[in-house]
Design a protein around this ligand. Sequence first.
Ligand code: A2P
Length: 354
Amino acid sequence: MTKTYRVAVLGATGAVGTELLALLAERHFPLADLKLLASPRSAGQTLNFMGNALPVEAVTAESFNDVDLVLASAGGSTSKAWAEAIVAAGAVMIDNSSAFRMHPEVPLVVPEVNPQAAATHRGIIANPNCTTILMAVATYPLHQVQPIQRIVAATYQSASGAGARAMEEVKQQAAALLKGEPPIAEVFPYPLAFNLFPHNSKLDASGYCEEEMKMVNESRKIFGAPDLRVTATCVRVPVLRAHSEAINLEFDQPFEPSRARAILSQAPGVKLVEDWQANYFPMPIDASGQDEVLVGRIRQDISHPCGLELWLCGDQIRKGAALNAVQIAELLIQREWLKGVAVSSGRVEVESLV
Ligand code: A2P
């Protein structure tokens, strides 16, 4: 029997929300109903969905009645504020925020890596951090054949990670600078156009920022490898929507680049992009709008016999956020885990999660 699902997009007016709508349409998601939710600021607006102008509603506790699935991308505090109402209404929330990612009872899922984790959900599934998703898709296929001992990552992160207003700000800063005017920084702490700066998330006592620690902790959870050694330096760059990452992997024995190339050329969600003659490798401009994580420059680390270097670019809004969330929803549907959970009584009390 074909089933359809009543879906709400929480944060529908944002950068990720807009992409969620595009993906639901593009992937012919089996919708019975689609509700667009945002803050009271957006109530009364309409958004185009497959040629129809759908109203945006301010989210309320009643918004989740008669909803099977909530795709949430409205920030951590909004997710925390509504999680209880969502679960109590019998819906499943796939949450793009960091609010529940490290909660032991909330699966953190990249469908290409740990689809089985989604089966354990009790009303909430977390969508990982964007840089972590891209890194996981590109490195897990290698980890499966030869366990990775250590990952050293440097990221080059686009403005989209800070939302639609941040993308607009970079464009305005670039236009101002080209006119010889001073750039105005409101969303970001510093001008990003023609500049870059270490990621502006909160720093901890050890000197790492939140974004870097997300890569450390989330990759361990997704890989199911609590002892995996990971370190990262995250940097914001004046790119609009695709992230890049330089990744150094250390194994317990050498990993031939040709073998890595052969594995990654077959890996789900990965596209190998390497033209050594032309010095052409993944670029954010090519990754923008693409579903795959582009991987290239695979080479032996000359400083370590068991080291391997690679470079990747991936669309932060798509695979780094909206696409991964929709793929989790598709996985729930394929394995019949969505409806099953909607009628089961095995859901956790959300108070323990919030
Ligand atoms: P709104 O447009 O009404 O502010 P982005 O990540 O691109 O900045 O988008 C954030 C999304 O989250 C937007 O859709 C925004 O709606 C929504 N949002 C922000 N704060 C709230 C809130 N308190 N309640 C509901 N939605 C919110």
